[in-house]
Design a protein around this ligand. Structure first.
Ligand code: FE2
Ligand code: FE2
Length: 284
């Protein structure tokens, strides 16, 4: 099947995963003026499972709060509205897409660990570079959701991609182009658009392998591009045979960053990556 047919097929799928309604409600509420933490907490509490996970995550070392946070309202106050929205979004996406896998060679747990670690590295880089850190974390979490679409709806194509990677030792992205002339970036941005995710996140999903094409938020795209490659370099990738790619020089230039500078941060970045397993346990 080629790329055009993949999208046509996807348009016919009436069981595309949906995001929990609480995420949409939270986004709408935050966009209104004079919203209070109490109102936001009340909306989140309509979804018991998401409330539980939110509390689990804010109490994890990931956020580093010194006291135990007992209520959703306290969590909202401590996190702030935007970080609350981003965290609810990450949990929602995880819930919508974290289902068992059927294609051998695609390990769902490894996939999420890669996504979370990319999010953690992106957050680290964003802090260093004065970019919205929580947004960078969410962007890292979602960057590869197109691979889940492949795994759920186009298993034959995914199997072909995995065998081309093993045979030719090329990257996932290159193998996809060979197999169906499209990529997980196109599939993921299609879903993100259907979900009405914020435009900068759709762009990250679409362009994290080609950051030079970004127009909406090129710094965010560049950060996730670099985080993704560093993450693979640290061994967190689910298709182990794919070779490591070079960081695009555009991303370095856009962030006014050099390989030497990143080199100096590698130890701290490794510490972030080491948290991925723990974070995975909290979010799932
Ligand atoms: Fe990717
Ligand atoms: Fe990735």
């Amino acid at each position: 099947m080629n790329w055009e047919n993949l999208i046509v097929n996807l348009e016919c799928v009436d069981t595309l995963p949906t995001l929990p309604t609480v995420f949409t409600k939270v986004s709408e509420l935050i966009a209104k003026p004079n919203v209070t933490a109490k109102q936001l907490a009340e909306v989140i509490q309509t979804d018991q499972a998401i409330s539980m996970k939110l509390l689990k995550i804010v109490n994890s070392p990931f956020f580093g709060f010194s006291r135990k946070i007992m209520t959703v309202q306290d969590a909202v106050v401590l996190l702030g509205f935007n970080a609350t929205k981003n965290t609810v979004m990450s949990i929602s996406i995880f819930r919508a897409l974290n289902h068992g896998n059927t294609v051998s060679g695609f390990n769902m747990k490894d996939f999420w660990k890669h996504s979370i670690a990319t999010g953690l590295i992106a957050r680290y880089l964003a802090r260093k570079l004065h970019v919205d850190a929580e947004k960078a974390f969410s962007a890292g979490i979602v960057h590869d959701i197109g691979k889940i679409i492949l795994q759920q709806y186009f298993q034959d194509e995914l199997e072909k991609v995995l065998s081309v990677i093993a045979e030719k030792k090329i990257s996932f992205y290159e193998a996809e182009l060979e197999v169906y002339r499209g990529t997980h970036c196109d599939l993921g941005s299609y879903l993100a658009d259907k979900w009405n995710l914020p435009l900068p996140l759709i762009e990250v999903i679409d362009l994290h392998h080609t950051p030079g094409e970004a127009t909406e938020d090129p710094r965010l795209v560049s950060i996730v591009h670099i985080a993704n490659i560093l993450c693979k370099g640290m061994g967190l990738d689910f298709a182990e045979t794919s070779p490591n790619k070079e960081i695009d020089s555009y991303a370095f230039a856009r962030l006014d960053l050099s390989a030497e500078e990143i080199e100096k941060w590698l130890e701290e970045i490794q510490n972030e990556v080491d948290q991925a397993e723990e974070m995975f346990k909290n979010i799932q």
